[in-house]
Design a protein around this ligand. Structure first.
Ligand SMILES: [Fe+2]
Length: 264
């Protein structure tokens, strides 16, 4: 399996807190059948993104695991004004393996309308934005039509593996399952930060998705599409988005489901 979203590189953000933790995460990954990992440190108000340092940390870790694991760099790219300015000058410093796919993360508290245009601008610059863990974002959960619109415009969606196991709560788990069934999921990644609370595990998710949706879908989401993004190739699995189901509120309370069918 190929993990395109992982905070394995040491002492850059709230991920691995030491080289030893990074090594433990790498061992965990290898044991669980992961062959490629993209180290994707945050670039946001809390953590400064320094490409030279990130490359150095990757090289050190790669040196320890040569022949056992392939490591690359990317970025957990927060959709902030500053980042959007920076990426215009040099996109490769942020993209997955310096190719043309970019993880993008939205704030939990506000996604202003200009963000729709910003996504489009990234696409016009030749990039493929991958919306990271929309199932964990309460704003997107309450406005799934917005996510679906981005996907129809050619963006992709990445779900956190542990969301399928309830780690991020019931609402996130339900959205992950619904959106997968609706053809609105293109990648599953660990977003691992350590070996305990946010582990570098994908195998149990591969098995779960295989059981519920067939091995072909599990391979597409955890092997083939991530490898295509890693290598900068078109995705092999891009299902037609069938329908969107929006919940009138984000809880399990009143309101129930309303279905919307979108014209193609
Ligand atoms: Fe992340």
């Amino acid at each position: 399996m190929i993990d395109i979203h992982c905070h394995i590189l040491p002492q850059l953000d709230d991920g691995a807190d030491s080289f030893e933790t990074s090594c433990a995460m790498a061992e965990m990954a290898i044991e669980g059948g992961i062959t490629h990992i993209v180290g994707t440190p945050h670039s946001n108000n809390a953590y400064r993104f320094v490409p030279e340092l990130i490359r150095q940390r990757r090289a050190e870790l790669q040196g320890r695991f040569e022949g056992r694991l392939i490591l690359a760099t990317g970025c957990d790219f927060h959709m902030s004004f500053e980042n959007l300015q920076d990426i215009q000058h040099d996109a490769a410093r942020f993209t997955i393996n310096q190719r043309n796919y970019l993880l993008v993360e939205f704030a939990d508290y506000s996604i202003p309308p200009p963000m729709d245009q910003a996504l489009h601008q990234l696409q016009l610059a030749g990039l493929h934005p991958i919306i990271t863990h929309p199932e964990r974002n309460p704003l997107i959960r309450s406005q799934p039509e917005r996510l679906f619109q981005w996907l129809r415009q050619g963006c992709y969606a990445q779900i956190t593996a542990q969301s399928f196991h309830g780690k991020w709560g019931q609402a996130a788990q339900e959205r992950a399952e619904e959106w997968l069934a609706a053809g609105a999921v293109h990648f599953i990644a660990s977003d691992a930060h350590n070996v305990t609370s946010r582990p570098l595990r994908l195998k149990e998710t591969y098995e779960l998705i295989s059981k519920e949706h067939g091995e072909e879908v599990a391979r597409a989401l955890l092997v083939e599409n991530p490898l295509a993004a890693f290598e900068g190739r078109p995705l092999s699995y891009v299902p037609e988005i069938g329908e969107e189901r929006a919940k009138t509120n984000d809880g399990a309370a009143a309101g129930g489901w309303r279905k919307r069918f979108w014209p193609f």
